[in-house]
Ligand binder design. Structure first.
Ligand SMILES: [Zn+2]
Ligand SMILES: [Zn+2]
Ligand SMILES: [Zn+2]
Length: 485
C-alpha cells in the first residue's frame, strides 16, 4: 500500500486493518478472490474439524512450535477434507522451518494469496473429486494419502535436509503420518509405492547411515590399527636426501631448526635437501602406523562400527506415475485375491461381528479375551522377488499364519499385510507370549520357504478386552497403531 497517497480517512481504515492483522488474540476470516480464508492466530481456539468450513487456511507463524503442531495435525488427519486442505504459512519475514515449509502449500510474506489462486483452485477441485470416490485401494492407507496429496498439489515428494530427521533427510508429509518412530516405515512405504508402479523416483543424494538404527548422525574416528585407541598423534616423516635417513620430524627437531639425527647436518630447504613424504602416527600405547583405521560412532544408538558397515542409502525425489495419478482419483488398483476366498479367514466386517459377540459373551462369563494385530513389514527385496506371483505368495503367507493359530481363533487378513486375530478366553500376557513365538516361526518360514531375508519384519501387539470395552473401542486402539481401517 502507498502510505503517501492515503488520505486521512483511508489512513484510519488501513490502520484498523493493520491492527486487525496483528491482533493475535483471535482468528480472522478474510475473503479473497471469492475464497473464504481463515487466518489462524489463536491456536487454542482452532479446532481441526472447524477448518473444513474454509477454502484456505493461513497460519500465522509468530509461534513456530504451535504453527508446526497445527500443520502436523492437519496433514495427519485421516479425512480427505482436512489433510488435503490448502494451508499456507504467513511468516512476516520470519524464517520457516524446512519441514513446516514441506507441509505447507506456500510461505507468504503477508496474508495475500493472489499468486497462489490457480494452485488453490486445483486443490479445491481435486479434493472434491477425491472425496466423491470411495477407494477400494488395497495396501497401506498412508500410501493412498500420499498419492492423493501429491496429485492434489501436482507436486513431487521432495527430501528435505533437516537435523530433525534421524536420517538427515525428511519427507515431511510421510513423517507426520507414520506412527512408528522407526524410520524404516517411511522407507518401506516408498518402496512399496515404487514396487506397485504408483511412484517414480529420481536420485538426489546418497546418505551413509548407521546399520543398526538408520541414523545419519555419525562420527568418524581414526583409530590405531593395533589396539583400536583413538588417542594418537600424527606427525610428518622427514627424508634426508644427503644421508638417506627417514624418521619422524620430532627426531629432527632442535630448537628452531631441523637437524638430522643420523648425520648431524642441519636441514636447509624442503625439496632441496629433504622432503616430507608421509605422515606417521603413534598411539598412546606406542604403536607406530601410517594409516589409521576409520571407525564410525553413531550419535543416536552409540553403536561403534567399521566404515564399510554403514548403509549407503539413496535419497530420491518421488513423483506420481500415471498409474498413481489414476489411483488418486479412482482409488482402484489391480485387485488382489479377495480375502474371503482364503480358507479359514473372515472379512473385516465379519470379524467385527465376532468381536461384538465375544465382548458380550465375556461380559456374561466374566472372562477376558484379546485381539492381536500382526503387521507384516516385508523388505523391498522380498517383495520384489514376488512381484509377479504376489497373490500366490500372499496366499501362502496367509496359510502359514493360519496354521499357527488355534481352531478357536478368528482371523482376518487386511490389505495384504495386516492380520487381526481374535483370541477368546485368554489374557493379553499369554497371548502376547504365544504371538512372539508365532512371529519367530513365521519369520523363519518366510526366510526358509518363501525367499525372504533378514530384513523382513513382523510387528505385533496384543490388546486385552476390558470388561467395560465396546467392540469398536478396541479396534480404534489398534487403528491408532496401524492406521488402516
Ligand atoms: Zn595402538
Ligand atoms: Zn642425514
Ligand atoms: Zn545407530
Amino acid at each position: 500500500m502507498d502510505w503517501k497517497e492515503s488520505d486521512t480517512v483511508g489512513m484510519t481504515s488501513v490502520n484498523e486493518g493493520i491492527a486487525k492483522v496483528f491482533d493475535r488474540s483471535k482468528n480472522s476470516v478474510i475473503n479473497e478472490h471469492g475464497l473464504d480464508v481463515l487466518v489462524v492466530k489463536n491456536f487454542e481456539d482452532t479446532k481441526i474439524p472447524s477448518l473444513v468450513a474454509y477454502d484456505v487456511i493461513v497460519i500465522d507463524y509468530y509461534n513456530p512450535s504451535r504453527a508446526s503442531e497445527l500443520l502436523r495435525a492437519i496433514r495427519s488427519s485421516p479425512y480427505e477434507e482436512v489433510y488435503l486442505k490448502a494451508v499456507f504459512v504467513v511468516s512476516y519475514g520470519r524464517e520457516v522451518d524446512p519441514i513446516d515449509e514441506g507441509l505447507a502449500d506456500g510461505i507468504l510474506e503477508e496474508p495475500k494469496l493472489a499468486s497462489y489462486i490457480s494452485k488453490i483452485e486445483w486443490i479445491l477441485k481435486t479434493t472434491e473429486e477425491i472425496q466423491e470416490v470411495s477407494s477400494d485401494f488395497t495396501g497401506r492407507k498412508i500410501l493412498l494419502k500420499l498419492i492423493r496429496f501429491l496429485y492434489s498439489r501436482q507436486t513431487n515428494l521432495k527430501p528435505v535436509p533437516s537435523s530433525k530427521s534421524i536420517m538427515g533427510y525428511s519427507f515431511p508429509f510421510l513423517d507426520v503420518n507414520v506412527q512408528q518412530k522407526d524410520y524404516q516405515e517411511v522407507l518401506d512405504i516408498l518402496s512399496v509405492g515404487l514396487e506397485r508402479g504408483l511412484l517414480d523416483e529420481d536420485f538426489i543424494d546418497y546418505t551413509h547411515l548407521c546399520s543398526n538404527c538408520l541414523s545419519g548422525f555419525i562420527n568418524y574416528r581414526e583409530t590405531c590399527p593395533k589396539c583400536g585407541t583413538r588417542k594418537h598423534v600424527s606427525q610428518n616423516t622427514i627424508h634426508h636426501f644427503v644421508c638417506g635417513y627417514v624418521g619422524p620430524e620430532s627426531d629432527f627437531q632442535e630448537k628452531d631448526s631441523l637437524k638430522c639425527p643420523k648425520c648431524d647436518r642441519r636441514l636447509r630447504h624442503i625439496g632441496v635437501d629433504y622432503d616430507k613424504p608421509s605422515l606417521v602416527s603413534e598411539c598412546e600405547n606406542g604403536h607406530i602406523f601410517q594409516d589409521p583405521v576409520m571407525k564410525t560412532f553413531c550419535f543416536n544408538c552409540h553403536e561403534e562400527a567399521d566404515l564399510q558397515d554403514l548403509v549407503d542409502y539413496p535419497i530420491n525425489e518421488y513423483s506420481l506415475s500415471a498409474s498413481g495419478a489414476n489411483v488418486a482419483v479412482s482409488g482402484s488398483v489391480k485387485q488382489k485375491k479377495k480375502v474371503e476366498e482364503l480358507e479359514g479367514f473372515v472379512s473385516l466386517s465379519v470379524f467385527k461381528t465376532f468381536l461384538k459377540v465375544e465382548v458380550q459373551r465375556q461380559k456374561v462369563l466374566q472372562k477376558t479375551g484379546s485381539v492381536t494385530y500382526m503387521n507384516l513389514m516385508l523388505s523391498p527385496e522380498t517383495l520384489k522377488k514376488h512381484q509377479n506371483d504376489y497373490s500366490i505368495f500372499s496366499h501362502d503367507l496367509a496359510q502359514l499364519v493360519k496354521n499357527q493359530l488355534k481352531p478357536t481363533e478368528i482371523v482376518s487378513f487386511l490389505n495384504d499385510d495386516v492380520f487381526l486375530v481374535l483370541t477368546p478366553e485368554s489374557d493379553s500376557e499369554q497371548t502376547s507370549a504365544r504371538f512372539q513365538e508365532i512371529r519367530d516361526t513365521l519369520l523363519r518360514m518366510i526366510k526358509n520357504n518363501l525367499g525372504g531375508g533378514d530384513k523382513d519384519r513382523i510387528f505385533f501387539e496384543t490388546f486385552e478386552m476390558e470388561l467395560t470395552d465396546e467392540a469398536d473401542s478396541i479396534l480404534e486402539k489398534i487403528n491408532q497403531e496401524i492406521n488402516i481401517f
